[in-house]
Design a protein around this ligand. Structure first.
Ligand code: GLN
Length: 231
């Protein structure tokens, strides 16, 4: 083990409004979630001192590009578009998008039913891109956080939300039974940890730590804690 003073700091950005991946624990006021515990374990394994910072999701890539942060773990989907401007670790979580509507809605049953409907999304996300394929852009309301988009749906100001499946499922499970998911999971996505382009040393350390955690059972332990099942 290295001395604390000798540890390199890793400044990690996330949008901590994305439960169960990164959010503020209402009881302790501290950041928690699957991503938070995973990056803590990665830093411990790789000998980094973690400096975790929350910021809006649509500002994370720019923060990496300007080296304000060293890495992003934020339920961020590995996409070709993003791979042009940042580098991603090996995938660490399989995800997908889903359509959410009010529980009393019997009109929208799938993604195809969204044409002409009002949709709330989180800015800069894969969910926003999918919503833009489903309806006209002027029917879409963009929010900084996923909570705000969900609130808009609960309030009945929009007809639907397009968002990551695990986040939507967790939200409903947290007592929001006035919301339901409809149709199939829309896309096969994988989350990765992003670093600025060309930061191969950081990326290699993150990948090596992730591999160790998958091999030694720590990844499975964290996964089980948050998702109640084996990865
Ligand atoms: N997985 C989605 C994306 O990468 C949403 C991520 C998020 O909102 N934190 O665009």
């Amino acid at each position: 083990k290295q001395e604390a003073a000798a540890k390199t700091k890793l400044v990690v950005g996330a949008d901590a409004t994305f439960a169960p991946f990164e959010f503020t624990d209402p009881a302790t006021g501290k950041y928690t979630g699957f991503d938070v515990e995973l990056i803590e374990a990665i830093c411990e394994e790789a000998g980094y001192e973690l400096d975790f910072r929350s910021m809006g999701f649509d500002g994370l890539i720019a923060a990496l590009q300007t080296n304000q942060i060293d890495a992003v773990i934020s339920g961020m989907t590995i996409t070709e578009e993003r791979q042009k401007v940042v580098d991603f670790s090996e995938p660490y979580y399989k995800s997908g998008l889903v359509v959410a509507v009010q529980a009393k809605n019997n009109d929208i049953k799938s993604f195809e039913d969204l044409k002409g409907k009002k949709i709330a999304v989180q800015s800069g996300t894969t969910g926003a891109l999918h919503a833009e394929k489903a309806t006209d852009k002027d029917k879409i309301t963009y929010f900084t956080s996923s909570d705000q988009a969900m609130l808009e749906l609960k309030n009945g100001a929009v007809d639907a939300v397009v968002m990551d499946y695990p986040v939507t499922a967790y939200f409903i499970q947290q007592g929001n039974d006035d919301v339901k998911m409809v149709g199939e999971i829309l896309s096969a996505e994988e989350y990765g940890i992003a670093v600025p382009k060309g930061k191969t040393e950081t990326l290699e350390k993150i990948n090596a730590a992730l591999k160790t955690l998958k091999e030694n059972g720590k990844y499975a332990e964290i996964y089980k804690k948050w998702f109640g099942e084996e990865p």
